[in-house]
Design a protein around this ligand. Structure first.
Ligand code: PLP
Length: 387
């Protein structure tokens, strides 16, 4: 049976060029000097590893139009989000202990703010509108004289809805409020990821969403923005993250960035066509299907739908039996249904929030998969409804 992988917002396979770049480092004989050294060492082996790390930093900095010195490599998007929020708070340079965050952020952001709340911070959660977009006016209405930090993601991982981060950054300008943006799902999928234009002070990124390796990411920290590293140790990464750099992962990240820089425009256009074809193919078979965030600008690879009467986790399991990998915003955890916090925040009822499916496309998906996948979805939906 053919296999379908439509869960690229969860993770992506390595691009072959990334795999080759990483393989070149694996098993390199020490004499070859291929990057096994410690980038902090001053001898030849260290210098070689340092060069690889700095090349990757430059590629990433070029893609998002910032200075290489503003990039801090991390263990992934989660650590980057944590570092932005908790590292800014720990700097002791913030003007208050009130923060504003979108209620549908990734758990990496929600968790960091819950930690701040436990430490005595006041957090105001801003809901998106029915299309899954956080309006700049809603953020503005939540600001207080003691607001120190605002977090709004660039694109939502469940719906793909693109957020008006430039407008939000503009309204924060000159007010002494720091702006953190989770750019994990935006990198590669938005034509321009531009923290400077967005006036973001922090931007979190991850390699494995763009065909790079898992376990490596980066945080853009605007030069001069408050930052107190959370990993205590050596002075690596501008003293923001102690610990020997993950050279292998960083090399893979750098190569993934290069690949997306080269063919991103073409791939985004291709994915948007496939995504819309999938929506049409599903609607033709399931007329009561609802496309979530249909009226919002969306990253081109993401399609989130509600299938009335079809529990998301049953759909995922049924599709998995047909070798089709997709994801549901809701999950059944030890007998009780956990609803998609994103769809609930958009004002969808619990039924809709429990019956959503996310298809996220990427490298390797082709037009020939669309019809058969839609057919599988329709058949599984019919059997779930008949249960
Ligand atoms: N932020 C968003 C929006 C994400 O989608 C993810 C991954 O699912 C993360 C953060 C976490 O990234 P990582 O898996 O690299 O820790």
């Amino acid at each position: 049976m053919p296999r379908y992988y439509f869960d690229h917002n969860a993770t992506t396979p390595l691009h072959p060029e990334v795999a080759s770049a990483m393989a070149a480092l694996l098993g390199a004989a020490p004499a070859a000097g291929l990057g096994f050294g410690n980038p902090s060492s001053i001898h030849w082996a260290g210098r070689e590893a340092r060069r690889l790390v700095e090349d990757a930093r430059e590629s990433l900095a070029r893609l998002i139009a910032v200075d290489p010195g503003e990039i801090v490599f991390t263990s992934g998007g989660t650590e980057a989000d944590n570092l932005a929020i908790l590292g800014a708070a720990a700097s002791g340079r913030l003007r208050g202990r009130h923060a504003v965050a979108a209620s549908f952020e990734h758990p990496a952001v929600l968790g960091a703010y819950r930690k701040l709340a436990a430490d005595g911070w006041d957090i105001t959660w801003v809901d998106p509108d029915a299309n899954g977009v956080v309006q700049a006016e809603a953020v503005e209405g939540s600001l207080r004289p003691d607001t120190a930090l605002v977090s709004v993601m660039a694109a939502n991982n469940e719906t793909g809805a693109v957020q008006p981060v430039a407008a939000i950054g503009r309204l924060l300008r000159g007010r002494g409020i720091l702006f953190h943006c989770d750019g994990v799902q935006a990198l590669g999928k938005l034509a321009e990821v531009r923290p400077r234009e967005w006036r973001a002070d922090y931007l979190a990124l991850s390699a494995h969403k763009i065909n790079g390796p898992k376990g490596v990411g980066a945080l853009y920290v605007r030069k001069g923005a408050p930052m107190q590293g959370l990993t205590l140790g050596g002075p690596q990464e501008r003293e923001s993250r102690g610990g020997t750099e993950n050279v292998l992962g960083i090399v893979g990240f750098g190569k993934a960035v290069e690949v997306w820089t080269r063919f991103g425009a073409q791939e985004r256009a291709r994915l948007a066509v496939l995504r819309d074809a999938l929506a049409a193919a599903l609607l033709a078979r399931i007329p009561d299907l609802v496309v979530n965030s249909a009226l919002a600008p969306r990253i081109p690879n993401t399609l989130n739908v509600t299938l009335p009467g079809c529990k998301g986790d049953l759909m995922v399991m049924g599709l998995d039996m047909r070798e089709a990998a997709v994801s549901a915003g809701s999950a059944c955890a030890s007998g009780s249904v956990k609803f998609s916090h994103v769809l609930l925040a958009m004002g969808k009822g619990k039924d809709a929030a429990a019956s959503s499916l996310r298809f996220s496309l990427g490298l390797g998906n082709t037009e020939s998969e669309i019809g058969p996948l839609a057919e599988h979805v329709a058949r599984v939906a019919a059997s779930v409804r008949g249960m």
